[in-house]
Design a protein around this ligand. Structure first.
Ligand code: DX5
Ligand code: ZN
Length: 221
């Protein structure tokens, strides 16, 4: 299996000092920058768009940027994020009328593509697109806000998706997003995740490196 990736969600960062925050969290050992895009339509919150992604690139951030689109519709914004420097783009199954088309659009623009499943979204939407997925993102909270509690059912769902990926033979990352902390990350990894988003667990602590080190220590167990 692939090396574990830790992806801090900038949703919990200090937006007034975003470049510095991202620099600091990468220096603390993060692998990927998780970039939450909310549109006050598909989800009840409003965050940032391609301009801010581009601003991070212009500031000098070279780490992979994982753009999590919580927007509807999705297709029009995909090329904009690709141009703004996104490395990976994921969108919610319910937010696209044509999942296969949206995945192809992401790949045509040179980004890794992934589908996001909400806590209550069934797995069958994955069935005919496994060959087009670089990643699957399972939400372990309902999308829209940071700082929520991990929904325990997600562990069973992770196991089911892990099985599906392994049986497919495709090289697909399994990302988990919502309520991940040093206290549950080992269990989440055992259930099959290999990429971990964490917002409040990292940014609400004064020492980002201490939290990320603790997560890596838990993952090594
Ligand atoms: C929720 C976002 C998450 C969120 C995670 O809609 O997709 O990325 O910021 O935050 P925590 O880790 O605080 O649950
Ligand atoms: Zn997210």
């Amino acid at each position: 299996s692939k090396p574990f990736l830790i992806a801090p969600s900038i949703l919990a960062a200090d937006f007034a000092r975003l470049g510095e925050e991202v620099d600091n969290v990468l220096a603390a050992g993060a692998d990927v920058v998780h970039f939450d895009v909310m549109d006050n339509h598909y989800v009840p919150n409003l965050t940032v768009g391609p301009m801010v992604c581009k601003a991070l690139r212009d500031y000098g951030i070279t780490a992979p940027i994982d753009v999590h689109l919580m927007v509807k519709p999705v297709d029009a914004i995909i090329p904009e994020f690709a141009k703004a420097g996104a490395s990976m783009i994921t969108f919610h199954a319910e937010a696209s009328e044509h999942i296969d088309r949206s995945l192809q659009l992401i790949k045509e623009h040179g980004c890794k593509a992934g589908l996001v499943l909400n806590p209550a979204t069934p797995l069958h939407c994955l069935d005919y697109v496994m060959d087009k997925l670089d990643m699957i993102l399972l939400m372990s909270v309902n999308p829209g806000f940071g700082g929520q509690k991990f929904i325990p059912n997600t562990l069973d769902k992770l196991r089911a998706v892990r099985k599906k990926i392994d049986e497919s033979g495709y090289d697909i990352r399994l990302e988990i997003d919502g309520g991940v902390t040093p206290d549950n990350i080992a269990e989440v990894a055992q259930a099959g995740a290999d990429m971990f988003v964490a917002g409040s667990a990292i940014f609400n602590q004064p020492d980002y490196k201490a939290v990320i080190d603790k997560m890596r220590a838990e993952l090594a167990k």
